[in-house]
Ligand binder design. Structure first.
Ligand code: GLU
Length: 446
């Protein structure tokens, strides 16, 4: 493959889509040598084909707010690649959502889902609807309107959405109820459902748990251990919450968390009821972490500052794309951070990743480290198909096994001559192979 030519064409075809171009470039740069060693991928134009989403649905979502005013938002579903299974991926409700955001996330999801070992293709959707400060009634009316259109394009064997930023149990419930009303069927069309109506145990914690299981693999690779390590997390959503729970259980010390308004440093450690409070804050959807310091005297709030300035051994970004830039990466290196587990999707800029890798910091990319969420969604789909529910232990054991397998695959394809593991390269190659082989086997279908 001619990397320069492909990138130039991609840039010309996707103007003003910097996120998509960033995600594509990162993958192309790391798989180029591998693709060139296997001429069949060029023969079948796999790279060119994988870069083009199979379908993009963009629609209007009209709803009425509490003041009786009519609001208009945009809804999206990018059905990126169905080679290995039904489209699968979350829905994001956030003011920053554009077609570019959706495209980059769906592209990433295809590789991530391939890594999980489960039969799931890649998709992503969402809206520029901002849940901050909205009432339950407003969120319900929005979700119902959103699903009224989306239901035309999804189904348990075609496309199975789930949560992401701004979409949790409440939103999944409202959307599921509307799907059921319109279609008259109770099927596994969404994941992240409530336990009483087809959801899976561990799904809310899964992304965070999975990231920590992946981190355990990274530590073991360096004959290191988690116990006693200082950890900084960004974000206080589902993902950071799940990670904090597992980190505490395994003896690490979370000293800092953050929100869009600044960060919280708590030298006593963020444990027990403080972790429960993280979830409580998240449920308010006010998008501020500051109240944490009012509630806990040991916690200090640093308004407007990024959490990466706190001393730590391990940093786990769990917020949003490009939250950690080159300057932050340099700060982490300076502060002695040895492991960075990117748990947000494309949480680090390309320059940040390069800086970390140059300094030989162990760096896990989001598509590997955060795959536990969608993997557990895959397990929810299996349980829905079988019409039964597994125990907590069963789900957790399967999640752990999946994360170990992803880690092993990253090592297999990412180990460099000097022993450093390029997890980005490993994840991209391993994710690519499965999708590429399926596409070749299925003829020139997409
Ligand atoms: N939004 C999550 C992700 O980025 C989960 C998707 C899912 O469960 O389908 O992978």
């Amino acid at each position: 493959m001619d990397l320069k030519k492909i990138m130039a064409e991609l840039e010309a075809k996707n103007p003003a889509q910097p996120l998509y171009l960033q995600a594509a470039k990162e993958v192309l740069e790391t798989i180029a040598d591998f693709v060139n060693e296997h001429p069949k991928y060029d023969k079948y134009a796999i790279v060119e084909r994988i870069l083009e989403p199979e379908r993009i649905v963009k629609f209007k979502v009209t709803w009425v707010d509490d003041k009786g005013q009519i609001q208009v938002n945009r809804g999206y579903r990018v059905q990126h690649n169905m080679a290995i299974g039904p489209y699968k991926g979350g829905l994001r409700f956030h003011k920053s959502v554009t077609e570019d955001t959706m495209k980059f996330l769906a592209f990433e999801q295809t590789f991530k889902n391939s890594l999980t070992t489960l039969p799931m293709g890649g998709g992503k959707g969402g809206s520029d609807f901002d849940p901050t400060g909205k009432s339950d009634g407003e969120v319900m009316r929005f979700c119902q309107s959103f699903m009224t259109e989306l239901q035309k394009y999804i189904g348990p064997e075609t496309d199975v959405p789930a949560g992401d930023i701004g979409v949790g149990g409440r939103e999944i419930g409202f959307m599921y109820g509307q799907y059921k009303r319109l279609r008259g069927e109770h099927v596994g069309v969404l994941t992240g459902k409530g336990l009483e109506w087809g959801g899976s145990l561990i799904r809310p914690e899964a992304t965070g748990f999975g990231a920590v299981y992946f981190l355990e693999g990274m530590l073991a690779e360096k004959k290191d251990q988690l116990k006693g390590k200082r950890v900084t997390l960004s974000g206080f959503g589902n993902v950071a919450w799940g990670a904090a729970l597992k980190l505490e259980e395994l003896g690490a010390k979370v000293v800092a968390i953050s929100g869009p308004d600044g960060y919280i440093l708590d030298e006593d450690g963020i444990t027990g009821e403080k972790i429960a409070y993280m979830d409580e804050l998240n449920q308010t959807r006010n998008n501020v972490v500051a109240p944490f310091a009012q509630k806990y005297p040991s916690a200090k709030f640093f308004p407007g500052k990024k959490v990466w300035e706190a001393k730590a051994d391990i940093a786990i970004p769990c917020a949003i794309q490009n939250e950690l830039d080159e300057q932050d990466a340099k700060l982490l290196i300076q502060n002695g951070v040895k492991y960075v587990v990117e748990t947000s999707n494309m949480g680090c800029t390309a320059e940040a990743v390069t800086a970390l890798q140059k300094a030989k910091v162990a760096f896990a990319p989001g598509k590997a480290a955060n795959a536990g969420g969608v993997a557990t969604s895959g397990l929810e789909m299996s349980q829905n198909s079988m019409k039964l529910a597994w125990s907590r232990e069963e789900v957790d054991e399967k999640l752990n096994a999946i994360m170990n397998s992803i880690h092993a695959n990253c090592v297999k394809y990412g180990k460099e001559k000097d022993g450093y593991i390029n997890y980005v390269k490993g994840a991209n190659i391993a994710g690519f192979i499965k999708v590429a082989e399926a596409m070749i086997a299925q003829g020139i279908a997409y």
